[in-house]
Design a protein around this ligand. Sequence first.
Ligand SMILES: [Cu+2]
Length: 142
Amino acid sequence: MTSLSPGLNRQRYLVRASIVFTTALAVMGLVSCLSDRSTVTGTDASGCNLQLPAAAFGSAVVVIRNFTFSPAQVHVAVGQKVTWVNCEVRGTDSHTSTADGGKWSSPVLASGAVFTTDFATAGTFSYHCEIHPGMTGSVVVQ
Ligand SMILES: [Cu+2]
């Protein structure tokens, strides 16, 4: 199929760069979530669904875990897609990715669910989780 995009590589770098701010347990979960994305079926030990749909290929990936969007600010090129992956432990917390200005709104994403949307215009777009308004992030399209 398609090779992973520079956006995905950048995402991996950003997640690794944030390791010092997280607990060892959370890091293990995040790293396995990202590094095993080619897994054909289902779940890793932490319960994250690692199978991304074809529509997500070429995306920058934002992992949702421990009530946090990671990275909190994701940078993409005009026309690129962003995919949010709910990597909370299976059967626990659902989240959404909802633009503050209404530009996009995911359905409620149960743990393991994925949402992809594309960004056709440049700008900085803030978003939040409708269920947990304290969860915020932004997409910078340039
Ligand atoms: Cu949430």
